[in-house]
Design a protein around this ligand. Structure first.
Ligand code: TRP
Ligand code: SF4
Length: 404
């Protein structure tokens, strides 16, 4: 595995708990579709994570796994560009999770904000389980097993990526020290050739003595391009640069997905638990019906009553879907009762149906050809395992359980 891609690799997961809707599409999937062309991408179905909260009714997970993969493919994730797989089919995640659990202080997990928040929000479920406490550490294993550099997530998941960074740092600190580290690192520097070695040392000095972050980035980029240095030596040099030991598990960064502007039918966040969604695979008639009956500014009881778009969820849809001319028409027409609400909704209906048409066509093709969907996932599972096995080898060696 080459370190250039390792540092840039993108990984993200989604819990399979039902059909995907427009909120997922605008919030997550469009972003993944863009990333797949710029980075090496791994996207996976987090079925174990779904079990942490849905252990009492796992049936929904099984159905949702395939629905979700179909929705991904329909939305434009391409098996040629991104690897898609199922978490539980890559059992290496579980082994890394176990190994990381040995070095993770309980307090770090108890302090993750989602731990208490979710327990309170999902009061009807008993989440005082071992699995639920370990949720973010399992997520750390998901990320670190691919040495992912970038993790696209929403705001609510940033704390989990932060935990991942701390766990990686602790791991490297504990196991990245080796006898003769400095000598090995110095030897590795020599392998870069005179000119690069001199540049590397200069940059390292600037970073370590003056805290100059630019020097750090330049030195890392210089390392990325070295062809003559083994992976082990590169791990050493990344660490040597920063003043630590070998970096076996690189720290990932979260790639914050901008909060989606996509509202639900009632103006709240679109979410299955608010029953305000438009699923990607809803029938066009049903979508039309849902949009026609969605609430508007409550002050507009009669057609002649003027309204205020700021108090109307339909306006938020116009912000996602309409151009300036249409928006102007809404503002005017609403405030002086020049247009009716049914009229105002029509461009939205048209835009949503137009957006979903190709997605639904693709979804139908995959629905009718599940064997293709399954073989895409099989390929993804295998590709993921190859990377995961390599990392696990490194980790086992570092922890003294490689027995070779
Ligand atoms: N916890 C994430 C969510 O609920 C899903 C997830 C599991 C994930 N493992 C991950 C996301 C690894 C990014 C990276 O959305
Ligand atoms: Fe909402 Fe449009 Fe009706 Fe105004 S005219 S209340 S923006 S639906």
């Amino acid at each position: 595995m080459n370190t250039v891609t390792a540092r840039q690799r993108v990984l993200s997961g989604m819990r399979p708990t039902g059909l995907l809707h427009l909120g997922h599409y605008h919030g997550v999937l469009k972003n993944w579709v863009n990333l797949q062309h710029e980075h090496e991408c791994f996207f996976f179905v987090a079925d174990w994570h779904a079990l942490t909260t849905h252990y009492e009714d796992p049936r929904i997970i099984e159905q949702s796994v395939w629905d979700m993969v179909i929705d991904w493919l329909a939305a434009g994730i391409s098996p040629g560009a991104a690897k898609m797989f199922i978490q539980s089919r890559v059992p290496e995640h579980a082994e890394l999770h176990t190994l990381l659990s040995m070095i993770t202080p309980l307090g770090w997990l108890e302090r993750v904000p989602t731990y208490k928040d979710q327990q309170e929000q999902l009061k009807e479920k008993d989440l005082a389980t071992y699995g639920f406490l370990g949720y973010p550490l399992l997520q750390s294993a998901d990320i670190l097993i691919y040495k992912a550099g970038l993790v696209p997530v929403g705001e609510d998941q940033v704390a989990h990526v932060e935990l991942t960074r701390e766990v990686a740092r602790r791991f490297n600190h504990l196991y990245g020290r080796e006898p003769g580290f400095e000598d090995k690192a110095e030897n590795a520097v020599k392998k870069m050739g005179k000119k690069n070695a001199r540049m590397f040392k200069e940059l390292r000095r600037k970073y370590q003595e003056q805290g100059d972050d630019d020097s750090l980035s330049v030195a890392q980029a210089l390392l990325d391009t070295q062809q003559n240095i083994s992976i082990g030596d590169k791990e050493r040099l990344y660490g040597y640069l920063e003043g630590s030991g070998r970096i076996i598990l690189p720290e990932p960064q979260s790639l914050l997905t901008p909060a989606s502007k996509m509202p639900g039918l009632d103006g709240q966040k679109m979410s299955k638990s608010y029953a305000n969604t438009i699923a990607l695979r809803d029938d066009p008639d049903e979508i039309t019906q849902k949009l026609r009956t969605m609430p508007t500014d409550p002050a507009r009881v009669r057609r002649n009553d003027p309204g205020d778009p700021d108090k109307c969820p339909v306006w938020q849809f116009h912000l996602v879907y309409s151009d300036d001319v249409t928006r102007e028409w809404v503002q005017e027409g609403c405030r002086n009762a020049g247009i009716g609400c049914v009229e105002c909704k029509q461009p939205i209906i048209d835009s949503v149906l137009k957006e979903l048409k190709p997605i639904q066509e693709r979804a139908r093709e995959y629905e009718n050809d599940l064997s293709t969907v399954k073989s895409i996932i099989e390929d993804g599972n295998e590709a993921a395992r190859e990377v995961a096995r390599d990392t696990l080898d490194d980790v086992r060696k570092a922890m003294g359980i490689a027995y070779l």
